[in-house]
Design a protein around this ligand. Structure first.
Ligand SMILES: *Cc1c(COP(=O)(O)O)cnc(C)c1O
Length: 431
């Protein structure tokens, strides 16, 4: 018998038969091991907040919360998702550079722990909304620090950015607490960038962020009840990369955290993690529809593609690098050939893998992209050519749960309207 990819004993061919392809499969055990691998080593004062952006599926959020994760959200839907997943409001923070009045109002009305403001005008708007409600709004300031992170996949601080308030500017705003009487300035947040694969870089960032928070709170007379040190912990996808070692990382981080908590025992410390928690737990499963050759190269044309997995096109690189891939229904066959794995979109960009070493591929095979639990469908052009979202299945404690239904054509067409040339001017719609 050929060896098949299994998730907690459930064979991939069985998953494909039951739910169809393309399909995202999440392994609840991997999710738990990822969370606990860090949680059990990390200084207990550092809380882990799950960044829903990485995978906003409500069941993923609920499962991570059941292990002990809190939630970091950046939209009204993410906020609603986290609350419906059972995360208590006091374990939710909301950040993002362009929050709407409606989103900020929801932050205050649901009583979340902190609104992370990314500009002074945003603090002013929160102040106004708090006054209207007769409440004091808990606000943390996102700082765009003077220093930049080295060796991250995508730097988010230390240069001109829409995120946060420049460090220089903030140090000049010594009247901030007085200027916004209905805002409770209670914290500092810094997020340096994503895909960091060097333990020392994360330790260095954290050290600098805690130091910055300390200096800033003194300069602005903030009651520093929270510091969010961001995170940006990466996972390896490509040849030549290697995963972070949770032991090495926490051996470096814990003394820094201990040192800070000794001086600020009442301050809540937060690390926001998305990719690190979910990437490894997910596999994108595609069915091969056709195989062919073109000008000497082999192509496996699959039913899934970059509309569900844009990240697989290549992250921050001009050279196409492949995610780890395999023919899931024949794991024991040696990879003796090179295959281009492409999807149904009418663009050459719909190439999930280029010259991937695989065994001879046949129609009906199931090709899997590993480490696909983060930045999948919701970070991809899912509506391109009207394909819509794939099904998502969570396997946990040996049981399969359909956690997102596949989009059907009706789902995708529902919100479009065929115009009537004889109709009067359309009425305004609420927005
Ligand atoms: C995207 C983002 C995260 C999550 O990033 P990962 O690299 O997936 O962990 C956390 N915080 C902020 C501010 C972000 O923008």
């Amino acid at each position: 018998m050929t060896r098949e990819f299994q998730v907690q004993g459930v064979r991939v061919s069985e998953l494909a038969r039951r739910y169809g392809t393309p399909l995202f499969v999440y392994d609840g055990t991997v999710l738990r091991d990822r969370f606990h691998g860090l949680r059990d080593r990390l200084h207990p004062a550092m809380e882990i907040f799950y960044s829903l952006k990485a995978n906003p599926n409500i069941s993923i959020c609920a499962l991570l919360h059941s292990f002990g994760a809190r939630a970091e959200v950046s939209s009204l839907v993410e906020l609603t998702t986290a609350l419906r997943a059972g995360v208590p409001p006091q374990q939710v923070i909301f950040l993002g550079p362009g929050k709407s009045r409606q989103e900020l109002a929801a932050c205050l009305d649901t009583g979340i722990y902190a609104v992370v403001c990314e500009s002074i005008p945003e603090v002013a708007l929160v102040d106004e909304l708090a006054r209207e409600r007769g409440v004091k709004a808990p606000v943390a300031l996102r700082v765009n620090p003077r220093f930049a992170v080295k060796r991250s996949g995508l730097a988010m601080g230390g240069r001109p950015r829409q995120f946060g308030i420049d460090e220089e500017e903030l140090f000049g705003q010594t009247d901030l607490v007085k200027r916004f009487p209905d805002v409770d300035l209670m914290g500092v947040q810094v997020y340096m960038g994503t895909r960091i694969l060097h333990e020392t870089v994360i330790v260095e960032n954290t050290t600098r962020i805690l130091d910055l928070a300390e200096r800033l709170s003194a300069a602005l007379s903030l009651d520093l009840r929270m510091v969010d040190v961001g995170g940006g912990l990466g996972v390896s996808y490509f040849d030549g990369e290697s995963d972070l070692d949770a032991q090495v990382l926490t051996d470096g981080l814990n003394p820094v955290i201990e040192d800070f908590t000794a001086r600020h025992p009442g301050t809540r410390l937060i690390m926001e993690l998305g990719r690190y928690l979910t990437a490894e737990a997910g596999t994108y499963v595609m069915g091969v529809r056709y195989t062919k050759t073109s000008m000497g190269e082999r192509f496996a044309v699959a039913d899934g593609g970059t509309h569900h997995h844009m990240a697989a096109v290549g992250i921050g690189s001009f050279v196409k690098r492949n995610f780890p891939m395999a023919v899931l229904n024949r794991l024991d066959e040696p990879a003796t050939e090179e295959w281009n794995v492409t999807g149904p979109l009418c663009t050459p960009g719909d190439t999930i893998g280029k010259k991937v070493p695989l065994p001879p591929v046949r129609p009906g095979d199931l090709i899997g992209v590993h480490r696909s639990g983060a930045y999948g469908p919701t970070a991809s052009p899912g509506l391109f050519l009207g394909h819509g979202y794939p099904a998502e299945v969570l396997v946990h404690e040996g049981r399969c749960h359909l956690v997102r239904e596949r989009d059907r054509p009706e789902d995708l067409l529902r919100r479009q309207r065929l115009y009537d040339p004889t109709a009067p001017d359309a009425a305004d719609v609420p927005h």
